[in-house]
Design a protein around this ligand. Sequence first.
Ligand code: C5P
Length: 397
Amino acid sequence: METTVKRIILGITGGIAAYKAVELARLLVKRGLDVQGVMTAAAGHFVGAATFQAITGQPVYSDLWDARTANGMAHIDLSRAADLVLVAPASADFLAKLAQGRADDLLSTLCLARDCPLLVAPAMNRQMWENPATRRNVKQLADDCIVLLGPTSGAQACGETGYGRMLEPEAIIEAIDAFFQPKTLKGLKLLITAGPSYEAIDAVRGITNRSSGKMGYAVARAALEAGAQVTLISGPTGLTPPAAAQLVNVTSAQQMLAAVEARTDEADIFIAVAAVADYYVLNPSENKIKKDAHILTLELAPNPDILANVTRMDKPPFCVGFAAESENMEEYAELKRKRKHLPLIVANDANAAIGSDEVELILLDDDGRHVLERANKLTQARRLIGHIAKLYNARYQ
Ligand code: C5P
């Protein structure tokens, strides 16, 4: 886990999703965390303490009167030793208890006694989730700075479908990672382009490139984690956008330009990650072009340079470009940085970066080069966002 969290209390309450808490415990341990299981009595109807003990290597606590801890006060001793309390699954009853500040078993008492963040992953029947009483409790929890992770929507153990499914264990871990990211862009508005563009040749064919959109989507996610408001202008990709981003789907470079230009006025920072086609087809056919024996010639005209158009504005946002190069990477990237008047450009190896999950990035700015050692794209995006925040704050704050 990329946080300073070392010791975590995993609270398990009574719900069928408790079986997934076993996998969650395993993933947390795998990440090097010290995991202390605390179960409610109802959780014991779904999973056994021995299961969590075997996975975490620590005895599980359930009883408020358990005197095994150092001072014989389990609720204080356990919560003081923790950097984070995570309750997953959190039943409707447990949310109600938290909302009221009740302390009638070990888990609710240590939640009340804690001096660290509390994150809860609700899991319940959709009708219970939608019930006005639960709505009220959820609002109260938000007011009390208790963070809700999920729930998500889908098929439920009871056979119904709707909101109330607990987030999957991997998603819970991602959400914890996100929660602990520094809020370096709080209050700022970011505009981000991502993915390839698609230039139509006819009704069914077009010119595009191998950009997957993964880097742009990762940058959008990292910006959201850093507290920014994000508008993601995306060419065609098969990716799921971060739920909190405002998504604008476009196809061609001209559409992407129009979408960007309509939003630059209100943007503080513009990050152009999209791999925009350099040319478009001059007269695309409305119908599918029929095959015949003749040579087919396509006339291509240059596309507008979206990023350069933005930097030419009177009061441009803080602009960041990407340069995917297959040779002389840093030299070409620096030339682009100068030509497009960018405070920062991100150079990467076109062959290695496109479509892959891991990249090395080199950031070029007025202070020179900064190497971001090879890592997955989300990690790189977080590092990049950190660097952008530093430059932005130095310039405007
Ligand atoms: O294609 P090129 O290497 O010039 O791309 C460098 C940067 O410019 C990238 O950030 C890319 O998103 C942006 N760009 C753009 N519009 C184009 C071409 C590139 O915004 N038509």
